[in-house]
Ligand binder design. Structure first.
Ligand code: MRU
Length: 361
């Protein structure tokens, strides 16, 4: 996808052929900074600080992080240490563990001298596959939007957090069908949840949609229920960080409340994901998915562009009040209308998922 007419992916190799480039998402939408990551520690820091974020993207970036690590030291001990370091950067999105696991499976039995080259090649495949999977999610999600458009013309879609191209290597998950529909000429209006505390909706989804010319409005996180009650939302589409075998969905904090409101108001609630986001080992998302707890400062402070043109962080909570910051929640499968994957759509259930992925049975 493009920023200012320049095509970008979420991660790519620098012209030097070995260092790794990302878009620093902590600086968007105010500036487009492209840091150069030169070692495993750089990559771990970029993921932890959320310079890169979004489940599919952190998987692909971590894969490149392992390639950088092996460039420095490809011994068994170093590979295991650096893989563990990268895997520990964020706990909820399963794509991270999936990508590291896939890399290790390829690299483990290779001689140390062959590992770095093989790691770059595998990381490149992971990135390319993510692009193809997300493009296919766009194709499979499009008919949901087309059906509503055929019924009522303009389609009003609510989304939470950022599950767009910035959260993946390209296209996005929840936003992929939206981009497809917009490109087909379907009239859309996207309600963008601001997504406190880090404002991925206000800062990133709004930036993406504006860049692609998709009509949208940012709403406070608490507005979704009201909009649904008043018939202003035809469809909810969100991304996810981990889907369990039975279809429970972990996603950015606040997703569950939107699912409850959608259920109460008869609004379809769909979740878009590449299969790399499915955790086939886990059934009960509420008890089994680790929920990342992030710094209280993300709640006590808000950052934005001040009137003098400087990006500043300001405190919005009295100094004496502590804050808690669970970063994800789990929406039970019963509240999910269906899943949109690269292989098609299915019910949020074990039977639904196994219908599309029979090799996991
Ligand atoms: O904490 P973040 O910004 O990494 O959380 C991202 C989300 O919750 C996304 O919805 C999810 O990763 C899906 S990305 C295609």
């Amino acid at each position: 996808m493009k920023i200012n007419d320049i095509s970008y992916r979420g991660v790519w190799l620098d012209a030097d052929g070995w260092s790794v480039r990302i878009i620093d998402q902590t600086r968007l939408p105010w500036s487009v900074d492209i840091p150069r990551l030169v070692d495993c520690a750089d990559v771990a820091r970029a993921i932890t600080t959320m310079q890169v974020r979004g489940a599919p993207l952190i998987g692909a970036v971590a894969a490149y992080g392992l390639a950088l690590a092996l460039r420095a030291d490809a011994s068994d001990a170093a590979m295991q240490r650096d893989a563990a370091l990268l895997a520990a950067t964020r706990p909820t999105a399963i794509n991270l563990a999936w990508a590291i696991g896939r890399m290790l499976a390829v690299l483990r039995d290779l001689p140390a001298s062959a590992r770095a080259d093989a790691a770059y090649a595998e990381a490149g495949r992971i990135a390319d596959e993510d692009v193809a999977q997300n493009a296919a999610i766009g194709d499979h999600g499009l008919p949901l939007i087309e059906a509503i458009a055929a019924r009522r013309g303009k389609v009003r879609i609510l989304t939470h957090c950022n599950a767009g191209w910035l959260a993946t290597v390209d296209w996005g998950t929840a936003l992929a069908p939206i981009y497809r529909a917009h490109d087909r000429g379907i009239e859309l209006h996207v309600w963008v949840d601001e997504t406190r505390p880090r404002n991925q909706g206000a800062a990133l989804t709004a930036f993406e949609l504006a860049g692609h010319g998709v009509p949208h409005a940012v709403v406070a996180d608490n507005a979704g229920g009201h909009l649904m009650q008043h018939g202003e939302v035809d469809l909810v589409i969100v991304g996810t960080d981990r889907v369990t075998r039975r279809g429970d969905v972990a996603n950015k904090i606040g997703t569950y409340l939107k699912a409850l409101a959608a259920h109460d108001n008869g609004v379809p609630f769909w979740v878009a994901l590449p299969s790399t986001t499915i955790d086939w080992q886990v059934d009960d998302g509420i008890s089994e998915i680790p929920i990342e707890q992030r710094a209280a400062e993300e709640v006590t402070h808000v950052s934005g562009l001040a009137d003098d043109g400087v990006v500043r962080s300001v405190r919005v909570v009295p100094p004496g009040s502590p804050a808690a910051n669970p970063a994800f929640d789990v929406t039970p499968a019963r509240l999910v209308s269906g899943l949109i994957t690269e292989r098609g759509r299915c019910a949020a259930s074990a039977a639904g998922l196994l219908g599309l992925f029979p090799e996991r049975g």
